[in-house]
Design a protein around this ligand. Structure first.
Ligand code: SAM
Length: 237
């Protein structure tokens, strides 16, 4: 068992069912609001063409799709969000009730209920770390893309500069589980967060996984001193 293939992660979505009602507020508090900026930066890497169709995988409460629509809405025709957590999807559904361009449905990142070659872009934010088979999820992201389409992954990463890394690890190991546990009532979920982040491949190691899944022109954008990274890959045209 390793961070890339870990069958114990088959049920991580159930943990999100338990914290769904507090997820958004905790994201804002625990990230000091930076998570919004990261999703904005993610959207800036969408293809610059009109009439985009986007699949947001592990959509959770829908914030990635909503951010894309807020900042790139004019060039987007449709966003479909998929997730396994019914409770997270219910929260997303409340938020998109009046938004015609976005829909959400149940779907597993490792077995997407989506036809081949059907979206211009796929995205997954803070989700790839939670799936039981990362290689399978990445190849699914590639499969459902139209030729020439773009996949975006946003995930926590380990800062390279030792001082930033030290503060980051202290925050993730001690402050985040305590504050997250108190507000959500589920300390386990926020201890899981720090363990899963520390064990997960980042930087060039993750880029290599994307290439192995079939992506070309893979590039990385480091955010906020390397606390998070955007990975962008293209499907052969
Ligand atoms: C940290 S949340 C991220 C939500 C959202 N993308 C965001 O940026 O806020 C991770 C999400 O991954 C979902 N998830 C976990 N395993 C999954 C799987 N195999 N397929 C689809 N979604 C999954 C969880 O239910 C949860 O909503």
């Amino acid at each position: 068992m390793d961070a890339i293939k870990d069958t114990s992660k088959k049920e991580t979505y159930k943990m999100f069912d338990l914290i769904a009602s507090r997820y958004d507020v905790l994201n804002r508090i625990l990230s000091f609001g930076i998570d919004k900026w990261w999703r904005y930066r993610l959207g800036r890497q969408l293809p610059k063409v009109p009439h985009l169709t986007v699949l947001d995988i592990a959509t959770g409460t829908g914030d990635v799709g909503l951010s894309f629509l807020k900042h790139q809405g004019n060039s987007i025709d449709k966003i479909v969000g998929v997730d396994l957590s019914q409770e997270m999807l219910a929260k997303a559904q409340e938020k998109i009730a009046k938004i015609e361009k976005m829909v959400v449905k149940v779907g597993d990142a490792t077995e997407l209920p989506i036809d081949d070659n059907s979206f211009d872009a796929t995205a997954i934010a803070f989700g790839i770390r939670n799936v039981p088979d990362v290689a399978k999820a990445l190849s699914e992201m590639c499969r459902v893309l139209k030729p020439g389409g773009v996949s975006l992954v946003l995930e926590f990463s380990m800062p390279r500069f030792f001082l930033v890394r030290w503060v980051y690890l202290a925050y993730f190991r001690y402050i985040l589980p305590t504050v997250g546990g108190l507000i959500s009532g589920n300390k386990g979920a926020y201890s899981y967060l720090n363990k899963s982040v520390e064990a997960f491949p980042d930087g060039d190691a993750f880029a290599a996984l994307m290439r192995a899944a079939g992506f070309e022109s893979v590039r990385l954008t480091s955010l906020s001193f390397g606390i998070a990274t955007i990975y962008r890959g293209e499907k052969r045209a």
